[in-house]
Design a protein around this ligand. Structure first.
Ligand code: 8YV
Length: 329
């Protein structure tokens, strides 16, 4: 019997492909063209495993059309691109890459918050455009981070890493989450205080979104929520597009009803709403919060380890649907 066949849907570190090639017959996509749904289905017909990125959707239809699949391994912690219920019904284990990206994503959340609150990119664009002729007392006045109140929506592992960093800025942390964290977690998260979403939005100087996307969290921040925020407040999203109603946010920023937003994720990315480009009070980045060399490598290695385990009958370390696991533990 030959090696199991797998598809790696996007370009990834060549040595990770090499490692996978020792175990599997690998079809890789090193030229990095994004497959259409039909191409994805066609390429998966003879495959037992798929190593994918969050830009490919493993919907119920795609899963149903690939009856030979025995493992779906996402190189991401978020897995809203995969219909896990459909995979479970089909008996296919699904894995993600938790933890390895917590600190890098939290670092970036702070980079975005600081750039947004202190108008770093807006002032750089102005400088590059040759407009810097003299010092002015009120040029690019921003919001302070030190001593302010940070509101974190989503106090999972990344949210906690964001909160820990606020200690150095002498900030007060309030948070909202599906459920309240243990006193121990709250203490380590700079003594974060649990509040309702409304209370958080009314009181935070900076609102940070770090919650997973699901139908339940769709438009967690819409026109009504934005209206509760302080006119001086900053909003940062390093979570997922779809958690914020982008149209409502564009309207709010245009009318300067909040000060500014820092966004690493968008609805319908990469084809995000061009309305954002007309605004000065926004910092836009192309979904790069986990993009440090060591972290992307750790994510790729983690996804590879999950795939190797799953297809050799060993329980993968980051199994999301234990109900689908039929192998040995
Ligand atoms: C990834 C992410 O860059 O892990 C996640 O959920 O959003 C990012 O770290 C991207 O999704 C890769 O698949």
């Amino acid at each position: 019997m030959g090696k199991p066949k797998i598809l790696v849907t996007r370009a990834v570190f060549p040595d990770v492909i090499e490692r996978l090639s020792r175990e599997f017959d690998v079809e890789s996509n090193q030229d990095d063209r994004i497959f259409t749904r039909e191409e994805l289905i066609a390429r998966l017909q003879d495959k037992q495993g798929v190593f994918l990125n969050s830009s490919e959707r493993m919907s119920a239809e795609v899963i149903a059309a690939c009856p030979g699949l025995r493992a779906i391994c996402n190189m991401a912690v978020g897995y809203n691109n995969i219909d896990v219920d459909a995979a479970t019904r089909a008996g296919i284990p699904v894995t993600n890459t938790p933890d390895v990206l917590n600190e890098t994503t939290a670092d970036f959340a702070w980079a975005l918050l600081m750039a947004t609150a202190r108008r770093v990119t807006e002032s750089e664009h102005w400088l590059r455009a040759g407009q810097w002729k003299k010092w002015t007392y009120n040029g690019f006045l921003g919001a302070d981070l030190h001593g302010s109140t940070l509101g974190i929506i989503g106090m999972g592992r990344i949210g906690q890493a964001v909160a820990r960093r606020s200690l150095g800025f002498d900030m007060k942390v309030i948070y909202h989450n599906r459920s309240r964290c243990s006193p121990d977690i709250e203490a380590r998260a700079n003594n974060a205080q649990y509040v309702s979403k409304e209370e958080l939005l009314r009181n935070a100087d900076h609102v940070m979104l770090v919650l997973p996307y699901s139908p339940q969290t769709h438009h967690t921040i819409g026109a009504g929520e934005l209206a509760l925020m302080k006119p001086t407040a900053t909003l940062v999203n390093v979570a997922r597009g779809g958690i914020v109603d982008d149209k409502a946010l564009i309207e709010t920023l245009r009318a300067q009803r909040i000060a500014a937003a820092g966004l690493d994720v968008f609805e319908n990315e990469p084809a995000f709403d061009p309305g954002f480009l007309e605004l000065k009070n926004v910092v836009l980045t192309p979904h790069i919060a986990s993009a440090s060399e060591p972290t992307r490598r750790a994510m790729a290695e983690c996804a590879a380890a999950n795939l190797v385990a799953a297809l050799s009958g060993k329980r993968p370390p980051n199994l999301l649907n234990p109900q689908a696991w039929k192998g040995a533990d």
